[in-house]
Design a protein around this ligand. Structure first.
Ligand SMILES: C=C(OP(=O)(O)O)C(=O)O
Ligand SMILES: [Mg+2]
Length: 433
């Protein structure tokens, strides 16, 4: 059995121009695995902490201590361990760190090493990572259904709109090719709409256009117009998915919609959101209420959970215990799965499994700060997560991931495209089974 010979940490740079951690693991049989830590902007309060440091020049965003932790204590502790023992290496890192949020070694150091070891183990087994994961977890690999951003807002676009992600899904598509082609048409139609309104046309952190709008709802209206301009009937083949990221605009129980000039209590805000659900072809809503408002999450799920996929992101932070508690409380019906929220591959898979066991939908997700790393595509496909959210066209760190998923098509042993599954208990889309 191949063991870990060396672990090398290095500083690389992410899509927002910030430093991040890359880990490179070499095994005794010569296999190499490499992975890069992503970085969120709208972070949950209970997710693993990124260790950052450094002076003015890097705005305190350097990762020199995290990189030093990879090269020092982590490498020393894991050297000689079998690479196939993912649970063992992850447990060793957790013990070495010894803090609840991985503040000692850094969630960024730990996640890069955890993923790099996973890659090295798959390389040693001479298997594609998705296959290695599926075999190791008794899963049937599938090609995930994408959620792709058309407009980006919130913390990803200077808060020019309060809602963070205006996305579309094509759940009735026959395959990923069809999703990409249809979504691309809507994306470019939305870009042309923005251009026609004048002013600078830029893209947000995840590739969606910066919407030039005067209310949050206007962005929804424009999205519907873009779907129509692409020759689609909104609510048929193409449906809408939102990541509200409500924790970002909730303060002391008040929801402050800066663009709309509104300050609402939880009930008023959720009623307003529900009003949009009634009037727009929305099938999925992430973080409708703030992570500090679990009662709001429950109330929204009680009202809309049989009609919508309601996704917990900040609310669940890829934590199996929080997912189980949310399932018991009826706080949502799907989980966003982000490897660096959990901090290790093992904890991520525990969260995914806990969600699947509770009948939750599962969406593997990138972060708003990303790189060329495509590990999450393999996690989504290999563990049959069903859905994937990585951002949009016009940003290569996003397209690296969709292109990796396109490569999965036709590979021996890869299962079907997950287009035919109901979303949130209801089938939306033209091709109803
Ligand atoms: C991907 C997201 O954003 P971030 O990475 O900034 O948390 C999200 O909120 O789902
Ligand atoms: Mg989110």
């Amino acid at each position: 059995m191949s063991t870990i010979q060396s672990i090398l940490g290095r500083r690389v740079w992410d899509s927002r121009g910030n430093p991040t951690v890359e880990a490179e693991v070499t095994l005794t049989d010569g296999s190499i695995g490499r992975a890069i830590a992503p970085s969120g902007a709208s972070r949950g309060e209970r997710e693993a902490i990124e260790l950052r440091d450094g002076g003015e020049r890097l705005g305190g965003k350097d990762v020199s201590r995290a990189v030093a932790n990879v090269n020092g204590p982590i490498a020393a502790r894991l050297r000689g361990m079998p690479a196939a023992d993912q649970a063992g290496v992850d447990a060793a890192m957790l013990a070495l760190d010894g803090t609840p949020l991985k503040t000692e070694l850094g969630g960024n150091a730990i996640v890069a090493v955890s993923l790099a070891i996973l890659h090295a183990a798959a390389a040693s087994a001479r298997l594609p990572l998705w296959r290695y994961l599926a075999d190791g977890h008794d899963a049937t690999p599938t090609i995930p259904l994408p959620e792709i951003q058309i407009f980006g807002g919130g913390a990803h676009a200077g808060r020019r709109v309060d809602i963070q992600d205006f996305m579309i899904m094509v759940p009735g598509a026959d395959d990923l090719e069809e999703v990409m082609e249809v979504t691309n048409a809507v994306y470019h139609a939305a870009g042309r709409l923005m251009e026609a309104r004048g002013g600078a046309v830029g893209v947000a952190d995840e590739g969606g256009w910066w919407p030039t709008v005067s209310t949050n709802e206007e962005a929804l209206e424009l999205l519907v117009q873009a779907i129509e301009a692409a020759g689609e009937v909104p609510g048929e083949r193409v449906v809408i998915s939102l990541d509200v990221a409500a924790s970002e605009f909730e303060r002391d129980g008040r929801y402050i919609l800066g663009l709309d000039g509104l300050e609402l209590d939880s009930g008023e805000w959720l009623e307003r959101l529900g009003n949009w659900v009634d009037r727009y072809p929305i099938v999925s809503i992430e973080d409708p209420a703030s992570e500090r408002d679990p009662e709001g999450m429950r109330a929204f799920t009680a009202r809309w959970g049989d009609r919508l996929q309601i996704v917990g992101d900040d609310y669940l932070v890829t934590n199996a215990r929080l997912i189980e508690a949310a399932a018991d409380a009826g706080g949502c019906n799907a989980s966003l799965i982000k490897v660096n929220q959990a901090g290790t591959v093992t904890e991520t898979i525990e969260a995914l499994r806990a969600s699947q066991e509770r009948g939750f939908g599962t969406l593997v997700s990138a972060r708003s700060g990303e790189t060329e790393d495509v590990s999450i595509c393999h996690l989504a496909a290999g563990l049959d997560a069903g859905q994937l959210k990585v951002g949009s066209f016009a940003r290569s760190e996003r397209m690296a991931k969709w292109n990796e998923c396109l490569r999965f098509q036709g590979q021996a042993g890869m299962g079907a495209f997950v287009g035919g599954r109901p979303i949130g208990g209801t089938w939306w889309g033209a091709k109803r089974p």
